[in-house]
Write a protein that binds this ligand. Structure first.
Ligand code: C2E
Ligand code: MG
Ligand code: MG
Ligand code: MG
Length: 290
């Protein structure tokens, strides 16, 4: 898990909590510099298909390599970037960098997908569609190789506004994933009008899965996916019992520490190459050995 360490990390990040105006300004200033100094980094976490025993996708997760505070997790700076109005620049950078990496990987792994995360603010930007289609064509990628994740909570809070823009993205051919599914009590109306590709069950519900237990929430979420005829995925899978319970509920695509933590591009490439043939990263032995 990514954490900022060091003595001054606390006071540094206290800035966005106490919202002291001057501290906020210097944080924003520092963050703008981070963009120009190329201190942002993408890490990648594999998505695996249990039935196919393969890595089917990589999720790009942004980090800030801070010169003094070390590797900083996105939960600590995405909000600030949204408030400061610089989330568009980050998203554009994430999409461009992720697409370049995907094009590279697809030379050896032709079916691999990339998913990136968007925030609600991204949908305010008139050129979102354009910058996505440009990145795809610049790197010779089909739109179907990219999926955009948006957390359910954001969809609920901004449903009307976002679902219109989502139609435009769907028309491009990119996939739309509802992330953290189950956490925001999604309006079924929006789910229908957004033409969703995939639902990704929130980590919290996966963590609630206990051996030999009942999993009413997860099974309801799986039922919703079946009803809407969309694919089902789960995040935060850490134990085999969770894998088996999810599998029995019809969930095939999974992501979590059981398989791999998010890793840098170099390590992700190594993992992809190692699991080029059927077999899953992490604790699972290849099927021939089970
Ligand atoms: P998310 O998209 O739901 O990503 C999953 C988060 O869960 C990641 O945290 C990942 O490290 C963590 N995780 C994955 N597997 C496991 C597991 O088995 N157990 C546990 N305990 N945790 C697991 P991370 O990288 O800190 O990202 C946090 C959130 O920040 C993401 O949640 C996403 O909403 C947001 N985010 C990340 N990158 C971007 C980005 O480029 N743009 C935007 N707008 N948001 C981003
Ligand atoms: Mg995500
Ligand atoms: Mg997620
Ligand atoms: Mg999540």
């Amino acid at each position: 898990q990514v954490k900022s360490t060091g003595r001054d990390a606390h006071s540094f990040f206290a800035a966005d909590m106490h919202a002291n105006y001057r501290q906020r300004l210097s944080l924003e200033h520092e963050f703008r510099q981070a963009l120009s100094r190329q201190e942002l980094e993408l890490h990648y976490q594999p998505l695996v298909s249990i039935s196919r025993q393969r890595i089917t996708g990589m999720e790009a997760l942004v980090r800030w390599r801070h010169p003094r505070h070390g590797l900083v997790a996105p939960t600590r700076f995405i909000h600030m970037a949204e408030d400061a109005g610089i989330i568009h620049e980050i998203s554009r950078w994430v999409i461009e960098t992720g697409c370049a990496q995907l094009a590279n990987w697809r030379q050896d792994h032709p079916d691999l997908r990339l998913s990136t995360n968007l925030s609600a603010r991204d949908f305010d930007h008139p050129e979102l569609d354009l910058s996505i289609s440009r990145a795809l064509s610049r790197h010779g990628l089909t739109a179907g190789s990219l999926e955009l994740e948006i957390t359910e909570r954001l969809l609920v809070e901004n449903g009307e506004r976002i679902s219109l823009r989502m139609q435009g993205l769907r028309n491009l051919g990119v996939g739309i994933v509802i992330d953290d599914f189950g956490s925001g009590y999604s309006s079924l109306t929006h789910m229908q009008s957004c033409n969703i590709t995939r639902l990704k069950i929130d980590r919290r519900f996966v963590q609630d899965i206990k051996p030999a237990g009942h999993h009413p929430v997860v099974s309801v979420l799986a039922g919703i996916a079946r009803g809407f005829d969309v694919q089902l995925a789960a995040e935060g899978v850490e134990h085999k019992e969770q894998l088996h319970a999810l599998e029995s509920l019809g969930c095939d695509e999974m992501q979590g520490f059981l398989f791999s933590r998010p890793v840098d591009a170099e390590e992700a490439t190594r993992i992809l190459d190692e699991y080029r043939h059927p077999g899953l990263p992490g604790h699972l032995p290849p099927p021939a050995l089970t």
